[in-house]
Each structure stands twice: as C-alpha cells, then as structure tokens.
Design a binder for this molecule. Structure first.
Ligand SMILES: Nc1nc2c(ncn2[C@@H]2O[C@H](COP(=O)(O)OP(=O)(O)OP(=O)(O)O)[C@@H](O)[C@H]2O)c(=O)[nH]1
Ligand SMILES: [Mg+2]
Length: 451
C-alpha cells in the first residue's frame, strides 16, 4: 500500500516541482495523480475533494507568486495528508506498575499475532511483559499463542481445559501482578454481535484493563470507521491497524480512524515479530513522499527546479534566446548577484572572460526590484520581453502592479538585452571577450571601465 500510494504522490509532486509555472493546468494534472492514488488507497472521496480544493485554491491565489507557489502547494499537500491521517499518539506505559492491555476484534483481524508483537516490542524496551490467552473458543488459539511465545522467548499464560475466560483470568491474576505489561488475547467473532459485546463487557468489568485496543486489518478500508464507532461504544481507547503491508486499502482505514477520532497506537506491516511500529502521521507522510521531513521535501523541489532550470537555460543559450524567466529563476535560486555571474558563466567563453566585479556588483541593489517586476508580468511578457519595448503601456502596468519604478523595469530590460545579445553572438572561448565586445559592454552598462 505504502509504496504505490507513495509513488503516485511523488509523481504528482514532481509535476508541480518540475513545472515552470504552477498554474491551473499543472495543478490539475498533478492532482489527477494524487487523487487517483488516494482513491485507490480507499481514502474517502470527501477528503480527497477537500484536499483538491485547497490545492487549487493556492494555485490560483494571486498573492502567492512564482516559485514560492510551488513550495506552498507542496507544503499544503503535506499538511493535508498529515491532517487526514489523524493525530499521532503513543501510549506511555509506566514502569513498576502492572498495566493490563486487552486486545479485541473480529475473526482473523490479527489479535494473537499482534499480542506477541507487542509483548516483544515492550520487552525489548525494558518492560516485564506477559501474554494471557483468553480465546477459549478456538482450541488452536492457545497453541498459536504458545508457539509465538516459545519462538520469541515471551512469558505466557494459557489454560487448555478451561472454557470460561473469566475463570482463567482469576486463576492467573495474582501471578500476573508481577509483570508490568500484561497483553490479553480474546476471542474473535464474525461481527460485533450481542454475544461478543456481552463477553467484552464481562471481561472489562472483571479485568478492568488499563487499555482496550481494537485490532482492525487494513483490508477493511473505510469500513474501519463503522467498526471503530461501534467498538468505541463499549470503551475502546484506540486501535491497531494490521496488515498495512498487504492491503491497498490502508489509507482508507487510517483516514477513517482519523475521522472518528480513534487513536491509532500502532500499525503492523508483516507477519514477523518485529513488523510493528508506532503510528505517527508526520513520519508516515514523509515516508509516503519518500523523504525524511518537510525541509527535505522542499529541498527536493528546489533540486528538481534547479535541474530543469539548468536545462532550460542551456537550451535558451544555445538558441541565443534568453527570456526574463531565465534571469528570474537565477535570481530566485541564488538571491543575489552571484546569479547573474552564473548566467554569464554559462555563455560559451564568458566564464573565462574577466568581467570586472564592480560592473556586476553595481546591479545588486536592483535584483529584488527586478524580481518583483517579473512577478507582475504575464507569461507572454516573460517569454518575449520585446513586447515591453514595443508597448510601453505594459511597463506602466507592471510598475503599478509591482511598485517598481518604470526606470528600474527599463534597466532590467536593458540588462536582459545585454546578456541576450552576448548569448546570441557567442564568444570565442580562446580569446575571451574581444576588445570591441568589451567596449560595447562598457557602453551599455554606462560605466567607465578600464581594460
Ligand atoms: N501480512 C501480514 N499478515 C498479518 C499481519 N498481522 C497478522 N497477520 C496474519 O493474519 C492472520 C491472522 O492473524 P491472527 O493474529 O491469528 O488473528 P486473530 O485476530 O488472532 O484471529 P482469530 O483468533 O482467529 O480471531 C495470520 O496469518 C497472521 O500471520 C500483518 O501485519 N501483515
Ligand atoms: Mg487469535
């Protein structure tokens, strides 16, 4: 379940990360992947729609500009997934105190296996643990518990002859007091019928467990909601979802629990004794997305952007046609004058040519303004800055929208033109800049320079 959902979400994220503009089309295409993945994981349609609406909203929020928008979209996706998966909850057991934990659930949900996993999990963490078999309905149940206990050197208490679980409890009660954590296995049923309810009630009254935990297999998907609600009425503190490894519906089970505010204490992910882990939505989402944390995720976005930018930039340079976007992306990525140097260094031959530092440095103060100005431009204008020269009204509009003066916008255009011209002309790498080119450059920058 994890892998498939994770891959689909990653592919959605890559679409967003790799896009130049996060607009409606990009979001729709990425959302398609994400929606399909969530629905396949059996997540409630309503929740999927909620997530989609929120992402669309950010994508169309004019206040969030440019590349920042990608980060917003991904952060929201991350937060939303975490939200629908519920709150993390760890049980804090005490030392030097006997605590009883009763596991209940329908047939084959994984009670007995999980008991052994829990007894082993906490034994490894320094607790004195024991297992008590109260499943008197199936003779094989006691054997199963015994086998698991022997195989993993766990303490266990069973009685093959006794058919009354309350009597078994009373028989071992005193001895069990010596243990810090006593995990109690109970009988499964086909459904939460009156007989099962009566038995759980009776055991609850007699044993007074510190925790009653419902065991549900991931395959039941959204039906987990109904089951959690029903069992909740008879005093369940939380749930453990088993078989997360073998069902595609795990997402449904988890989100259904979140909806009913049922705490998910653990998930189990295989048949082996160690295949159990606490459930923390944050970590879970990170893992789904294949990342350690949100920062890691945003870094990944950045690196995808960088890679794509680099390719685009190379292509633009080869074709001799830089757009303002190339400049913008470098500005954004490097937040400073270094970026202009980087662009220049990619123009064939320019890297070796000695461009006076002050010539580049002069423009540093303008960088921020340029960035704002580009943010207020249309795609068309960014791709074809000539439009601004041909139709000066556009400059006025951008100036108004960005709060950047028309003269600063013109200086951006000038800068773009200079670089673009050089890109077009190409430079002989052996010779570096010719004197003529240097003079031309100097003239354009309007600076006195000595070569
Ligand atoms: N793949 C996988 N199988 C599991 C997991 N947890 C339990 N199982 C398997 O599910 C089956 C049922 O598990 P049990 O622990 O016997 O379930 P139970 O609730 O005690 O069943 P009854 O006592 O018959 O009601 C067994 O074959 C387990 O090995 C899991 O996390 N992953
Ligand atoms: Mg069992």
């Amino acid at each position: 379940m994890l892998e498939k959902l994770g891959n689909a979400i990653k592919s959605g994220i890559d679409k967003i990360a790799g896009a130049i503009f996060v607009d409606k089309r990009t979001i729709d295409s990425a959302l398609k992947d994400i929606q399909r993945a969530l629905l396949e994981a059996d997540v409630n349609v309503k929740l999927v729609k909620e997530i989609s609406d929120k992402l669309r909203h950010v994508a169309s929020d004019e206040k969030i500009k440019g590349i920042d928008r990608k980060e917003h979209v991904i952060k929201i996706l991350y937060d939303e997934l975490e939200r629908i998966l519920g709150k993390s909850h760890a049980i804090n057991f005490e030392k030097n105190k006997c605590q009883k934990i009763m596991l209940v659930g329908l047939y084959g949900s994984g009670k007995t296996t999980t008991i052994a996993k829990l007894a082993n999990y906490y034994a490894k963490r320094g607790f004195k643990t024991a297992m008590l078999g109260l499943d008197v309905h199936r003779p094989a149940a006691t054997d199963q518990l015994e086998q698991l206990a022997k195989k993993n050197a766990l303490n266990y208490f069973i009685d093959r002859q006794e058919k009354n679980p309350v009597k078994i409890w009373k028989k071992y009660k005193k001895e069990l007091e010596k243990y810090e954590l006593v995990f109690i296995d109970t009988a499964g049923r086909d459904a939460l019928d009156s007989e099962l309810i009566a038995e759980i009630h009776e055991l609850n009254n007699v044993i007074a467990p510190d925790y009653s935990i419902l065991i549900m297999p991931a395959d039941i998907g959204q039906a987990a909601k109904k089951q959690a609600e029903e069992f909740n009425k008879i005093g369940i503190q939380g749930v453990i979802i088993t078989r997360m490894d073998s069902s595609a519906k795990g997402g449904g089970a988890l989100t259904a629990c979140a909806e009913t505010n049922a705490l998910v204490f653990f998930i189990t992910t295989g048949e082996k004794i160690n295949d159990i882990e606490t459930f923390a939505p944050k970590t879970f989402v990170s893992r789904l997305m294949g990342l350690g944390d949100l920062e890691g995720l945003l870094e990944r976005v950045q690196s995808v952007i960088d890679e794509k930018q680099e390719k685009r930039l190379k292509k633009s340079l080869e074709e001799g046609k830089l757009t303002l976007l190339d400049i913008y992306e470098q500005l954004k990525a490097m937040e400073g004058m270094g970026s202009m140097k980087k662009i220049l260094s990619m123009v064939p031959g320019f890297g070796q040519a000695k461009i006076p530092e002050e010539l580049l440095g002069k423009q540093e103060g303008k960088m921020k303004k340029w960035k704002h100005a580009i943010d207020s431009m249309t795609h068309e204008e960014i791709e074809n800055p000539e439009l601004l020269e041909k139709q000066p009204k556009r400059i006025q509009r951008i100036s108004k929208g960005s709060g950047v003066s028309a003269s600063d916008i013109r200086s951006l255009l000038k800068q773009w033109k200079i670089i673009n011209d050089f890109a077009k002309g190409g430079i002989n790498p052996e010779a570096g800049l010719s004197e003529k080119q240097m003079q031309k450059l100097a003239k354009k920058f309007g600076k006195r320079m000595k070569f």
